[in-house]
Design a protein around this ligand. Structure first.
Ligand code: GDP
Length: 404
């Protein structure tokens, strides 16, 4: 669905503007939930195209070596008592968040598998390529009241690539992250360690270190309305005894939350936290989120499974709740907006050509706005990717006649 009154037509970029043209309103996209309350749009059942792993040094491997296996404690065993603070900070090796990876790992996977993509020739040229986490942010935008975002977009060989840019506010917050929040982040990873084994049928080993460089990423194909999607998301674990062992339906997302007591606390949890959990797991088609509820001392004493497709039921009758249709309609409207805004295919095969980036920016309370940039710091498609993809194209000399 498209919001009323939105400019849908492609706008010329600032650089291409004729010098004496009349001023026109810059294109923007409104984000108010009421504009997106139509029926749920088509969302293709996500299918896994492949996967890759990042090791403890953040090195890429084109296999599932970092995949872990869901191994919850026996239900008939002693009372649950996971100490989420155990090992902090001595056995914590956090990822270096100053390293800006952009889409690099996903692009490496794509480069290595571009000839085997399903969907037929030309499928990739019509697709949007991004991280799942970026799409999650788009989905929750109509309801988000605190954190804005910026997404850099470049079109290359038809494909639209979207890569998040850390906003100055987010960077400032990250650098000033309070010690308690750092510990809380650790506790989320520690919970995964208590719930996962390295081998199917194995037992968790909480004695080791928590290294957040390690990641298992699933690469998925879907389609939202008429927009084919290729995205990757980090997956916590697979359930070896799931009803279906086929990814992504065998995957499980693990989360922690404060213990909730009053009906008011549950309501707030359903309104805010469950929206984020739903958006993140709905996109890749992960059917279950298993939550560990921690007490004020940081011990998980209870678990609860939330089926992704039932999360909305908790807010269906809440006037301050969220609607999956609003989220997905907004995401579709953003993709339409981005596709019609980013018209010029760039980088061109000429090595010295500038790298064009449209930067989509959003702050709560306002519309999504666009600015146009070239090269650093926003250009994000790496040279190794552009060159390898360009080398694939038939060279102009092969298409000219021998007489020329
Ligand atoms: P998520 O849905 O937000 O967890 O993000 P994705 O699953 O789409 O992950 C995208 C990439 O970002 C992967 O390489 C992840 O390892 C990495 N990543 C995951 N969580 C974070 C985070 O909190 N901060 C940053 N900067 N990167 C993350």
């Amino acid at each position: 669905m498209e919001p009323r009154g939105t400019k849908r037509r492609a706008e010329k970029t600032e650089v291409a503007e004729p010098p004496n043209s009349l001023p026109h309103a810059a294109p923007s996209l409104p984000t108010k939930p009421a504009l997106y309350s139509g029926p749920f749009p088509f969302y293709r059942r996500p299918s896994e195209l492949g996967c890759f792993s990042l090791d403890s040094q953040r090195q890429y491997h084109g296999d599932a070596r970092a995949l872990r296996y869901y191994s919850p404690p026996p239900t008939n065993g002693p009372g649950l008592n996971f100490d989420l603070r155990d090992g902090y900070p001595d056995r914590y090796h956090p990822r270096d968040e100053e390293v800006r990876e952009g889409l690099d790992h996903l692009l490496r996977w794509l480069l290595e598998h571009r000839d085997q993509l399903e969907g037929g020739p030309g499928w990739l040229a019509g697709a949007v390529v991004t991280w799942r986490g970026h799409l999650t942010k788009l989905l929750i935008t109509p309801y988000e009241q605190q954190e804005g975002w910026q997404l850099a977009a470049s079109r290359f060989q038809g494909t639209l690539y979207l890569s998040e840019v850390e906003t100055p506010a987010a960077r400032a917050q990250r650098l000033a992250r309070p010690p308690l929040l750092r510990q809380l982040m650790y506790m989320g990873y520690k919970f995964e360690q208590y719930m996962c084994a390295d081998k199917p049928g194995g037992s968790p080993d909480p004695s080791g270190e928590v290294n957040t460089n390690v990641a298992f990423c699933s690469v998925l194909r879907s389609r939202l309305g008429s927009y084919p999607l290729l995205f990757s998301g980090e997956v916590d674990c697979m359930a070896p005894r799931a009803a279906s062992t086929q990814p992504p339906t065998c995957y499980v997302e693990l989360k922690t939350s404060k213990e909730l007591h009053s009906p008011g606390q549950w309501r707030a949890f359903y309104r805010h936290k469950l929206l984020k959990w739903w958006a993140q797991s709905f996109l890749p088609g992960i059917p279950h989120v298993v939550a560990g509820f921690r007490n004020p001392e940081g011990f998980v004493r209870s678990l609860r499974t939330f089926p992704t497709m039932e999360m909305f039921e908790h807010v269906r009758n809440d006037r301050h709740g969220w609607s999956p249709s609003v989220c997905v309609n907004f995401c579709a409207a953003f993709l339409s907006f981005a596709q019609s805004t980013v018209v010029q295919d760039d980088p061109s095969p000429m090595p010295s050509s500038p790298r064009l980036v449209h930067l989509f920016s959003w702050e709560p309370g306002g519309p999504v706005t666009v600015s146009v940039h070239r090269d650093a710091p926003y250009a994000f498609l790496p040279t190794w990717y552009v060159e390898a993809m360009t080398a694939d194209l038939p060279s102009p000399s092969k298409t000219t006649s021998p007489k020329d």
